[in-house]
Design a protein around this ligand. Sequence first.
Ligand SMILES: Nc1nc2c(ncn2[C@@H]2O[C@H](COP(=O)(O)OP(=O)(O)O)[C@@H](O)[C@H]2O)c(=O)[nH]1
Ligand SMILES: [Mg+2]
Length: 464
Amino acid sequence: MGFFSAIKKMFGGAEDAANAAHEAPAEISADAGAAGVAATESLAEPAAKPAAEATAQPFAASAADEALTLRLREAEPRLSVWLGIVLEGVDEAGDLLWQRLFFLLRALDAPEAEAQNFVRDFQEWLARMDYRQVEEFRSELQYRLALALDMEDEEDERNRLFLKISQGLSRTREQFSKGLDALFAGHGELDDAFWEELEELFIMADLGYEPSIELVERLKERARKEKVTESTKVRQLLMAEVEEIFRAPRRIAAVNQPEVVLMIGVNGVGKTTTIAKLAHRDRMQGKKVMIAAADTFRAAAIEQLQVWAGRVGALFHARTAGSDPAAVAYEAMDRALQEGVDVLYVDTAGRLQTKVNLMEELSKIRQVLGKKHAGAPHRSILVIDATTGQNALSQTKLFKEAAGIDELIITKLDGTAKGGVAIAVAMQHHLPITYVGLGEKMEDLRPFSGEDYARALLGVKEDA
Ligand SMILES: Nc1nc2c(ncn2[C@@H]2O[C@H](COP(=O)(O)OP(=O)(O)O)[C@@H](O)[C@H]2O)c(=O)[nH]1
Ligand SMILES: [Mg+2]
């Protein structure tokens, strides 16, 4: 959806007015635009905008719509603000809500078919969740709009994400940040005792012994380089160091479609729900998704995945429980190619019998995928559960050796006091963390930002 062109269209700008002119009732030249100022004077906008104004007409059908259009034009160009305006006077799901959603999507230049799909999907979701009140679904609605309109990187959504991470890490922060404060209060100078206590603090925050020692060494080095001698400055050093730890080199993203994503990790970490959340994101971005149940160990696991696939609108491929996981992966790969799928997710079993077994099973799956579709799997994602603390570290080591990992997703960062494990894993394994799970809802899987994480963990305010 051409959100930005739509925003510019609504908010004016001569160049955009020209771009949008095909939708205007008549071509308005720059001169005619100047002449038309009187007509739009009440909007108190610069002279170059009448043409843009004209393009806003087609969807300003009724007086109510026109009033809304004007409100949107005057408002800050942010999704949350716009959503707030179109949801005014709407308390629950129903005709008025659908009408307003269509209005917003049209105002944002969404093609009619996409707008229809969006609203229909959302209606289905509301029915399934049995939500009626706006307050029950507002957040999911904004999330869906942000994905559909490609606005997740906008400040608005980034703030929401930061709040989420910040809330999720509050228990970890409590331990960590309070410990730091006490440490700063007790030591003015950066002496050996200070560093030793800092190391203990890291260990207590579940960073693990070796990573804690390494982190202190890095901080000492940073303090030396930056000639920092006071303990109070260490918070900023730590902040910079944590950000640095998460700075993973960008991988080449070139993918020959379908993109194939292999999800690995032990039982219970959240693989299946994370696939659903990722698939949901893809679907909101208009992609065709297939999910393959190569975790064939339990029938219940296959059913659970099938239910998720149905909910998020993904194709699903499975065999009966006990089937060969590689055969499922092979067939799904075949189907994905035939049916023009954009992304194929392959769920795998997380049984940790022996490393050899695990290695064999995963490498067989990888082989058959690659045989059918060169380059597949394009991404092997290890899912780890933050609440398991140190186990997450040993699991990463094991899977890295057994199967190879391209990226990490850390789930259950919400409410755990062990959120520090993200630092340890990134530091020890040099793997990018691409998403984090911040709750059980679909909207609770978000792209990971090392900067947000560092800020949330250390309680550093935006302008501090
Ligand atoms: N609080 C919270 N729970 C999660 C998160 N991700 C997954 N879960 C829950 O963890 C449990 C196990 O998830 P599942 O996907 O079945 O794990 P799998 O065995 O690895 O496939 C389920 O109850 C999920 O709802 C998260 O980010 N936060
Ligand atoms: Mg599972």
